[in-house]
Design a binder for this molecule. Structure first.
Ligand SMILES: Cc1cc2nc3c(=O)[nH]c(=O)nc-3n(C[C@H](O)[C@H](O)[C@H](O)COP(=O)(O)O)c2cc1C
Length: 304
């Protein structure tokens, strides 16, 4: 049979390779239920930490011609309050990946343990938020910190652990190698690209935090390059993320080496039906090209 879109990442069975990216609608079980009904293959929650965080003042999200710029500041209710939502997410028929962050390896591990106890099918370590001091990309830019965090979390939980990397480094391969050699089960690439916008009338930066992270179409070629480089450097599955809006984007990401793709900003332009459209588009592509399974196209761009 041709055109199978079912796939698997680190033991998680996906009915198709589309996954909701962290931070977009992943704040409650109800939202995630809607996304499951919209045919996503899996969902990722908003990043959650040990303690509640309010996030930054508005404006925190702005739509630019070329994408979305945000500095929300990781607002979240804290893992203790979020446990109730994770428990409800157990009713979903698709895998739930809980995104976690911390200010130390121990904190990452504590949050991850609580998420797994509550029913997370996997945890994604946010090593890449570009705008929170002391968390996210501040640690994700150092190969040593990434190793320490991955090791600590791996020894604390018995579910797959994904590391979400930042593109805001000189050499993403080096960080990917550190995560892989510390036992990570998959790598998500990428989080947003550090960016800013200035209002030419007020002559001031638009975001309250001044600098934020760019997502959407503008970053797709950066994400494709990162996935391509990581695929050559390590032997763990990759989840491609950044600017995926159409099935063509998803196929491109998979040819670069991604086993699945995450979709975030495109929901703002396309609505939730983006998951179904991307999955169906991949299926038709596989049929047209004579591939039996979506697994056959992963990394194909690397063949001589
Ligand atoms: C408003 C907003 C909030 C986000 N919050 C998170 C977050 O909490 N944790 C995280 O790992 N990534 C977060 N991201 C990054 C996305 O998960 C994704 O990596 C990025 O947007 C690139 O994918 P896209 O172009 O499909 O949106 C956020 C992105 C946006 C636009």
């Amino acid at each position: 049979m041709q055109g199978q879109v079912e796939t698997e990442i680190a033991g998680l069975k996906l009915r198709n390779p589309t996954i909701l990216a962290s931070g977009i609608l992943g704040t409650s079980a109800d939202y995630l239920m809607e996304i499951a009904h919209a045919d996503a293959g899996a969902v990722t929650t908003k990043s959650v930490g040990l303690k509640p965080r309010e996030g930054y003042k508005n404006p925190t999200v702005i739509q630019l011609e070329c994408g979305i710029l945000n500095a929300v500041g990781l607002p979240n209710p804290g893992i203790r309050a979020f446990i109730k939502e994770i428990r409800e997410m157990r009713n979903l028929e698709i895998p739930v990946i809980v995104s976690v962050y911390g200010f130390s390896p121990e904190e990452y591990a504590e949050v991850a343990m609580m998420a797994v106890e509550a029913g997370a099918d996997a945890v994604e370590l946010n090593l890449s938020c570009p705008h929170v001091k002391g968390a996210g990309a501040e640690m994700g830019r150092s190969a040593k910190s990434v190793s320490l965090i991955v090791e600590k979390v791996k020894e604390s939980v018995d579910k797959p652990v994904f590391a979400k990397l930042t593109p805001n480094v000189a050499d993403i391969k080096e960080i990917a190698v550190a995560a892989a050699s510390s036992g990570v089960d998959a790598i998500t690439a990428i989080n947003t690209v550090r960016a800013m916008a200035i209002d030419i009338e007020t002559c001031r930066p638009i975001l309250a935090n001044k600098i934020g992270g760019l997502s959407g179409g503008a970053i797709k070629p950066i994400a494709v390059r990162c996935v391509y480089e990581i695929y050559e450097a390590v032997d763990v599955p990759i989840i491609g993320c950044g600017g995926v809006r159409t099935w063509r984007d998803a196929v491109e990401m998979m040819l670069a080496g991604a086993s699945a793709v995450q979709i975030g900003s495109a929901i703002a332009y396309e609505g939730l039906s983006v998951f179904r459209r991307v999955a169906e588009g991949i299926k038709s592509y596989l049929h047209r090209k004579g591939f039996r399974s979506v697994k056959e196209i992963v990394g194909l761009a690397h063949e001589e």
